[in-house]
Write a protein that binds this ligand. Structure first.
Ligand code: FEO
Ligand code: CA
Ligand code: CA
Length: 747
C-alpha cells in the first residue's frame, strides 16, 4: 500500500469496508470462556518440475515443442549462512556482504527502440511504451537461446510485473509532471493520459551477459504493456451476465484494462496471474447516485467502499467527455434498464485475478471471475497432482477481510504443463470450480466454507439477495459475510511451501484490531490474537491494533486441494525485538530478525527460502522496509499460547493462539533493507536460485509535492543516487541480486 498524503481524504490503499456483523470469533471465544466460565513461489512451476513432465512448451508464438534440457530440481537450503543485514535509515539498498544488488528496470524505462530514454524531469510522455510505476508482484518466465519458453533457462527470461499505483498527492501523480501537476478538478487530459498509462502490468525481457551482469532488453519483441485502457475479456460466471453490461460491452464480454495490481501468481500451465487490489478508488459516483439506482447494487457498492459523491483518487473521470475518461464515472446516467448505456456496472468488471500469457502479447487477457471479486493479492496454486483438482489460494487485503480458496472442477492433467494455448488451459481450470472462504477456529483447526447458492446462509441472506453464482462471484465479500467467515488482519500475499505444501499468508497489520472493539473495529481472536500499542517517534500518539502483523500458515486435511478442513498456526509474529515476549514479540525475534508489516511473501522454488517483504508504517522510525529470508518448519512445530487481556470493564479475555517454533539465528535473517520510504515487493528467481529479482516500490513517496522543484528536499533520490538513470526524482525499480561467488542466493 502507499501513503495518503492528505489525511482529510480517503486513503485509497487502506480501505475498511467490512461492516458486517460477523463475530470474528468473539462468539466462539465467548462460548469457550463461558464453558470454562470462565497456513508461490509459484508452487505451480515447482509442481511442474516435481512432476518431471515434458515441461513448459515454447510458444513465443504458439510453438508447442517441449523445452530441451533437464528440469531444475528443488534443492532446499538447510541453513542461512549470510551475515544478517542491520536495520537502516540510509537512502540505499543494502544486501549482505558477498552479495551485489543492481538496478535493471525503473519507472519510465523505454520498452521499444523508438521510445526515447527517460529524462525523469516530468517532460516524458509515451508511457504506454515505458515501464510503469510502483513495480509490485513479479514472476519469471524463462526463455531459451532459441527464443522459446524454457523452464530451465537461467540467463534469459521475461519478467512479468505489476505496476500497482503511483506516488501522488491531492489527485496528482506529481513526479510524472514537470511542475507537479494540477491538484484540483478538472484534471488535464495530458496529465491523466500519463497517469493512466503508468498503471497495469509490463512484460520485459532480461538477460545475463557474459560478464555476469543482468540488464533488460529495450528492443525485445516480447516486451509489452497492458494498461487500464487495454481490452480484457471477462471469463467465468460473469461473462455475458447482466451484472457486467456496460456501454463499452453491452453483451458483457469485455472491459478495459486492469488496475492497482498487487500480488501475482504463476499457473502450472505457465501463465501469469495478477490480482486487482485497491481498484475502487479510481472510480467516482455522483452525489445522488444511490437514489438514482434505488436497487440492491447500492448495498453491493457500499460493501466495496464505493461511496456516492466520493472523490476518485486522481479525478480521471473529469479529464474530458471522451468515453475513455467517462468510464471512470460509475454513476447511473443512462436511461436503459440494464446499464448498457453508461458505466453503472463498470465496477463489477474490476476486482479479479487476471490471467495473461506473458510469452504472447497477442493473446487477450482474461478476468477469471470464478475466483471471486475483492481486493486481490497473490493467487497461488497448491501442489498440482495428476487426477486431482487444483487449489488456488488468495487473500482480500482490507482490514477485517477474508482468506479464500478456489478449487477447480477439472482435475490436473500433467500434459497441460505444456499446453497448446496457455489461455485455453486457463479456461479449463479457472472458469469452473468451487469458491471457499476460511473460518479459523480457536482449537487450531479451521473450515473452508463454500460460497454457493446451495448454502442456505447465502440463499437466505437478508442483507443482500443473491441471484445466482455470478452474483456470488461479483459480490464475494457479501457472500463471505453471510457464512460467518473470519475477519483477518489484512491478508496480503500467500505462498505454498515446496517442502510440504503448507500455505502461508502474510497478514500485514490491522489498525482496527481491539480487545474492546466498537463500531468497525474487530475483536482479537485466535488467528488474529494481538492488539497492542506501538510507539513511532514521528507520530504524536501510539498506534493501536496489530501494527506489526503476522504470518499465518495452514495445512490442508488429507483431501489436499479439495479439503474442507485444515489446521493452522502462526509461523511468525512481526514485532520489534525489544517488545515484550509475553504479548507482542511472541516469536522471540532478535535484532537480526525483527520486522513489521509483512506484505510480499514468496517461497523460492529452488532453495525453499521463504522470502518475507515489508510495507511498513510502524517501524519506519528505526528502519526502512526490508526483506528477510526464513526457513520455516511446519504447522504444529510450536506451542499453544494463551494471551490474557483485561477489557475496559475489568473482565478478562483469554485468547488461545498457536505460535510456531521460534526461529533460530540461522533460520531467519534480515537479507535486505531498502531505500527511504520504499516498500519491498515482488520476487522472481532464475531456476538455479542464483539471481533474485526484487522490486523497490515508491522510494521517496513521503516527498511533499510542494518540493517538486527542489531535489534536495526529495526524501529519496534512489535509484539515481545508485548511479541509475537521469534526473533526481525517485523511481520505483527492479533490482537483481546475485552472490559474488556465483552461488545460490541464501546459501
Ligand atoms: Fe498492494 Fe495489499 O498491498
Ligand atoms: Ca502489497
Ligand atoms: Ca514502533
Amino acid at each position: 500500500m502507499t501513503k495518503s498524503h492528505d489525511v482529510s481524504v480517503q486513503d485509497f490503499n487502506d480501505e475498511d469496508s467490512n461492516v458486517s456483523s460477523n463475530p470474528t470469533f468473539e462468539s466462539v471465544l465467548n462460548a469457550r470462556l463461558s464453558r470454562r466460565n470462565i497456513l508461490r513461489g509459484s508452487i505451480g512451476s515447482m509442481a511442474t518440475a516435481v512432476l518431471g513432465t515434458s515441461v513448459l512448451s515454447a510458444c513465443g508464438g504458439g510453438n508447442d515443442e517441449p523445452a530441451p534440457g533437464p528440469v531444475p530440481q528443488f534443492t532446499p537450503i538447510e541453513k542461512l549462512s549470510f551475515a544478517a543485514v542491520a536495520k537502516s535509515l540510509e537512502d540505499k539498498v543494502t544486501v549482505p556482504v558477498g552479495y551485489t544488488a543492481s538496478v535493471i528496470y525503473a519507472l519510465g524505462d523505454p520498452l521499444r527502440a523508438a521510445t526515447a530514454d527517460y529524462k525523469n524531469d516530468g517532460t516524458d510522455a509515451d508511457f504506454e511504451n515505458r515501464a510503469g510505476d510502483h513495480h509490485d508482484g513479479m514472476e519469471w518466465f524463462g526463455l531459451g537461446a532459441d527464443g522459446k519458453a524454457s523452464l530451465t533457462s537461467v540467463d534469459r527470461g521475461l519478467l512479468a510485473m505489476n505496476h500497482e499505483a503511483t506516488t501522488d498527492e491531492k489527485l496528482s501523480s506529481f513526479f510524472l509532471h514537470a511542475d507537479g501537476g494540477k491538484s484540483t478538478l478538472p484534471r488535464p487530459a495530458a496529465e491523466v493520459d500519463k497517469e493512466v498509462n503508468i498503471h497495469g502490468i509490463s512484460v520485459v525481457e532480461v538477460k545475463k551477459a557474459a560478464d555476469g551482469k543482468w540488464s533488460y532488453t529495450k528492443d525485445s519483441a516480447f516486451n509489452f504493456r497492458l494498461t487500464p485502457w487495454s481490452d480484457v475479456e471477462l471469463s467465468g460466471p460473469l461473462r455475458g451476465h447482466a451484472l457486467a453490461k456496460t456501454k463499452y460491452s453491452p453483451t458483457a464480454v469485455k472491459t478495459r484494462g486492469t488496475i492497482n495490481n498487487c500480488g501475482t501468481g504463476k499457473s502450472p500451465w505457465g501463465s501469469f496471474l495478477t490480482g486487482e487490489e485497491n481498484w475502487v478508488g479510481y472510480f467516482a459516483r455522483g452525489a445522488a447516485d444511490d437514489a438514482a439506482r434505488g436497487d440492491k447494487s447500492v448495498v453491493a457498492l457500499k460493501r466495496y467502499s464505493s461511496v456516492q459523491g466520493g472523490a476518485s483518487r486522481h479525478g480521471w473521470e473529469t479529464a474530458g467527455t471522451e468515453d475513455k475518461y467517462q468510464r471512470f464515472n460509475n454513476s447511473k446516467t443512462g436511461a436503459s434498464a440494464d446499464g448498457s448505456d453508461d458505466y453503472r456496472n463498470e465496477l463489477n468488471t474490476f476486482g479479479y485475478i487476471v490471467e495473461i500469457d506473458a510469452y504472447d502479447k497477442t493473446k487477450a487477457a482474461k478476468k477469471r471471475s470464478a475466483l471471486g471479486r475483492f481486493a486481490h493479492e497473490s493467487a497461488v496454486f497448491g501442489k498440482a497432482e495428476a487426477g486431482k483438482p487444483l487449489a488456488v489460494y488468495m487473500g482480500d487485503d482490507s482490514r477485517g477481510e477474508y482468506i479464500y480458496k478456489f478449487v477447480s472442477e477439472a482435475v490436473w492433467d500433467a500434459a497441460d504443463a505444456s499446453p497448446a494455448s496457455r489461455i485455453a488451459a486457463g479456461d479449463k481450470y479457472l472458469d469452473k470450480g468451487k469458491l471457499y472462504v476460511a473460518k479459523f477456529n480457536a482449537d487450531g483447526k479451521g473450515q473452508w466454507i463454500e460460497l454457493a447458492m446451495s448454502n442456505t446462509a447465502i440463499a437466505a441472506y437478508a442483507a443482500y439477495k443473491f441471484a445466482d453464482q455470478a452474483d456470488i462471484c461479483v459480490n464475494t465479500r457479501l457472500a463471505a459475510d453471510a457464512v460467518g467467515a473470519t475477519k483477518m488482519d489484512r491478508p496480503e500475499w500467500c505462498s505454498v511451501n515446496p517442502k510440504n505444501g503448507e500455505v502461508y499468508y502474510a497478514l500485514t497489520n490491522n489498525s482496527a484490531r481491539r480487545v474492546d472493539a466498537t463500531g468497525s473495529q474487530v475483536t482479537v481472536d485466535s488467528a488474529n490474537p494481538r492488539a497492542y500499542s506501538d510507539v513511532h517517534k514521528a507520530k504524536s500518539s501510539p498506534q493501536l491494533g496489530n501494527s506489526h502483523g503476522h504470518i499465518l500458515r495452514l495445512k490442508e486435511d488429507a483431501a489436499g486441494a479439495a479439503a474442507t478442513g485444515f489446521s493452522w498456526d502462526v509461523y511468525l509474529f512481526g514485532a520489534e525485538a525489544d517488545a515484550s515476549t509475553s504479548n507482542i514479540n511472541l516469536s522471540n525475534l532478535t535484532g537480526d530478525q525483527d520486522f513489521s508489516s509483512p506484505d510480499g511473501l514468496a517461497f523460492s522454488p529452488s532453495t525453499g527460502i521463504c522470502w518475507i517483504q515489508t510495507d511498513d508504517g510502524a517501524y519506519t522510525d528505526v528502519t526502512n522496509c526490508m526483506m528477510l529470508a526464513g526457513l520455516p518448519g511446519a504447522v504444529g512445530d510450536g506451542a499453544k499460547k494463551t494471551l490474557s487481556y483485561t477489557k475496559a470493564d475489568g473482565s478478562k479475555l483469554d485468547v488461545d493462539t498457536y505460535v510456531g517454533k521460534a526461529p533460530a539465528a540461522d533460520t531467519l535473517k534480515r537479507f535486505l533493507v531498502g531505500s527511504i520510504a520504499c516498500e519491498i515487493t515482488g520476487l522472481a528467481e532464475t531456476p538455479d536460485g542464483k539471481a533474485l529479482f526484487v522490486n523497490i516500490q515508491h522510494p521517496g513517496e513521503t516527498t511533499a509535492m510542494a518540493n517538486i522543484a527542489n531535489p534536495s528536499k526529495y526524501t529519496s533520490q534512489w535509484p539515481s543516487n545508485a548511479g541509475y538513470g537521469a534526473g533526481k526524482r525517485p523511481r520505483s525499480a527492479t533490482i537483481v541480486i546475485t552472490k559474488n561467488d556465483g552461488g545460490r542466493i541464501g546459501s
